[in-house]
Write a protein that binds this ligand. Sequence first.
Ligand code: PAF
Length: 284
Amino acid sequence: MKIIYTQHELIEWRQSLTMPTSSIGFVPTMGALHLGHISLIERALEENDAVVVSIFVNPTQFNDSNDFLHYPKNNEGDLEMLKDYARLVIFLPATSEMYPSPEKEQFHSGLLTSTLEAKLRPGHFDGVITIIRKLFNSVRAHRVYFGEKDFQQLAVIKSWVILEKRSELIIPCPTIRESDGLAMSSRNQRLSPEMRKEAPFIFEVLQAAKAQVDTQSPAEMEIWIRSVFLERPLFRLDYFEIIDGNTFAPLAEWSDSSLPMAMIAVFLGEIRLIDNIALTEQSA
Ligand code: PAF
């Protein structure tokens, strides 16, 4: 494992590879690593000659300063977790390295950047694209790995790569779950023991929704799931919506989509968790 702190060093490392045709995998993260990240890193190592993992809590993608302040940070633990992997480069820049001056670009891609996360976290995807451009330009990876838990982020980045005619291949990877079904997330570390006990309910609800596709319309399902959360006082539902997973358009009929997805964001106290499920077997 090699640690690099500046974009200049990263570019130099990239140029120094003895085999110029070496394939580079890239796993961008905000640290506080968990087994979900490790699954991305191990897949990237299987499919590439070398892998860059970035650890950077990107301030421009937080619409809530309190969320940024409390986002879990554990560089020491992260490096310990990665220390035995060969062929791994950790990019660990300071904020001043990535943002020598304040900046945030704007990225618009129809519903992908105006609904769900985009609507409830204004400016979030602008911040994601701002940092992704900087990271992609320094790493110049062949393949970049993202978890499907952040399904909308994945769609936004794929759309940006197409619109900008970039060469990076975006590789979606399945959500990794705890044994009780909770989607792994760095934010889970902030849950109190009581909240952690309740949190698997999020995936239980998604599975229950999937089991009712043959008996309910998308609108009926949204009403039902929203009502289920009213009976769970620890939760505050931010959204539960059924959309087409390609366009992010809300679904009126199941037959309108080959990729119907249920998307959820929910607060436990001040901790906001997201998850999603593909509602038909043939969909991803
Ligand atoms: O998914 C994340 O951890 C972040 O949004 C990303 C892609 C590393 C950009 O900061």
